[in-house]
Design a protein around this ligand. Structure first.
Ligand code: PMP
Length: 412
């Protein structure tokens, strides 16, 4: 029967009669309603970092629900769990002890918050001409208003009329091109540069440390805010809590979501450095960031996030990511000389892609993997298949995943 569920990012004319209905999850696996066991090679949409079905999250959520499910935080209301979560995120993020956290319900919320705050910061700081936002080709920053304008995957931009005209596109890998763009635009008109440390949805593309450090320095020279979009990389996917730490990015803001709860409940947000907070938080200031959502700081969602961070710490999952990084790299690289493989992208954290020659081959590989019990996902131009497993993947599961991938490549 035709579904009533309009799926996100789906061609409903096909999906309406072809849903994959998942009923249960445990660790790195999920089970369909007809009993098939599938390996979650992508950790859902890069979020199921601690794996599925962890009872410790359930318990924490039930405890909070029994006490106070939530109360809104507009104005001066707060709950203890939400305050504690913000303090903890400040202590984990590499922005200093005087950073602050603005909470929201997901990555798109986080991005739109950061984009508005970047412009609002400069009006509050007496530089109202700084309005331009810069983001990178292949970049993905969610699909709210600002995110749609900041992302450069073309199909996501079409059919909405003119997008934000003060958002411009930069090279994703060439820092000299970024410098030229800044100079041609007038760096004094640029408010912020949005940067995924590793481009995720655009194809698992790592720009190289030289690009990151050079662009970071350019932004600093010209007073441009550097915003690290860590919706994918935040909370451990590259080893440390944040990729900004690994690559010494010292961002002015970090956007996060996904891994903060491992997807158990929706949370996103922005970690905001002292520089950006100052005009709003200074004693006597009348500057007010007129922004927020009903569920900004939702207490039960915060409880899920706290429990998730507890699990990551108690189970040593950041160490496990560091241990798995070279293993995943080696496993994927072992497929590099397969005749149907065009390229392997891997080597930084638990982010990888097997790239084939055409989008049709990408679809074929996706279907072959699914037939073998592996959920992957096509990224970017459809040629790259995503490998971003849960941090709890075992060595045996990785070996099995590699075998299934080779078998699916063989039958292409
Ligand atoms: N930024 C990045 C880098 C992302 O990967 C995503 C989601 N894949 C988003 C923002 C948007 O997050 P959400 O889908 O939770 O709104």
């Amino acid at each position: 029967m035709e579904t009533a569920f309009w799926h996100p990012q789906a061609l409903m004319s096909q999906v309406k009669n072809d849903e994959i209905v998942l009923e249960r999850g445990e660790g790195s696996h999920v089970w369909t309603d007809d009993g098939r066991k599938l390996f979650d090679a992508t950790a859902g949409l890069w979020y199921a970092n601690i794996g599925h079905g962890d009872q410790r999250i359930t318990d924490a959520v039930v405890r909070q629900m029994n006490q106070l499910e939530t109360f809104h935080a507009f104005g001066n209301f707060a709950t203890p769990i939400t305050k504690a979560l913000c303090e903890r995120i400040v202590s984990l993020a590499p922005l200093g002890d005087d950073a602050k956290v603005f909470l929201a319900s997901g990555g798109s919320d986080a991005i739109d918050t950061a984009a508005k705050l970047a412009r609002r910061y400069f009006t509050a700081a007496g530089e109202p001409n700084r309005r331009i936002l810069v983001s990178r080709e292949y970049g993905y920053h969610g699909l709210h208003g600002f995110g749609t304008s900041l992302g450069w995957l073309q199909p996501n931009r079409e059919g909405y009329g003119e997008l934000d005209p003060d958002i411009i596109r930069a090279s994703a890998t060439d820092a000299d091109e970024v410098e030229k763009l800044f100079m041609n635009t007038g760096p004094e008109l640029i408010a912020a540069f949005f940067c995924e440390p590793i481009i995720g949805a655009g194809g698992a593309i790592f720009p190289g440390e030289e690009y990151l450090s050079k662009v970071r320095e350019l932004c600093r020279q010209h007073g441009i805010l550097f915003i690290a979009d860590e919706v994918i990389t935040g909370f451990g996917r590259t080893g440390p809590w944040f990729a900004s730490e690994r690559f010494d990015l010292q961002p002015d803001m970090i956007t996060f979501a996904k891994g903060v709860t491992s997807g158990y409940l929706p949370v996103g947000g922005v970690v905001i450095s002292q520089r950006v907070c100052e005009p709003f938080w200074a004693d006597g200031s009348n500057e007010w960031f007129k922004h927020g959502m009903t569920y900004s700081g939702h207490s039960t969602c915060a409880a899920a996030a706290m429990a998730n961070l507890d699990v990551i710490e108690a189970d040593g999952l950041l160490d496990r990511v560091r241990e798995l990084e070279p293993k995943l790299d080696e496993a994927l690289q072992s497929l590099a000389d397969h005749p149907n493989v065009a390229e392997i992208r891997s080597g930084t954290g638990l982010v990888g892609a097997v790239v084939v020659d055409t989008a049709e081959a990408g679809q074929g590989l996706y279907e072959g993997l699914m037939a073998n019990g592996v959920i992957s996902r096509k990224l970017g131009d459809g040629r790259a298949l995503q490998y971003s497993p849960p941090f709890v993947m075992t060595d045996d599961e990785l070996a099995w995943l590699t075998e299934q991938t080779r078998a699916a490549l063989d039958t292409l």
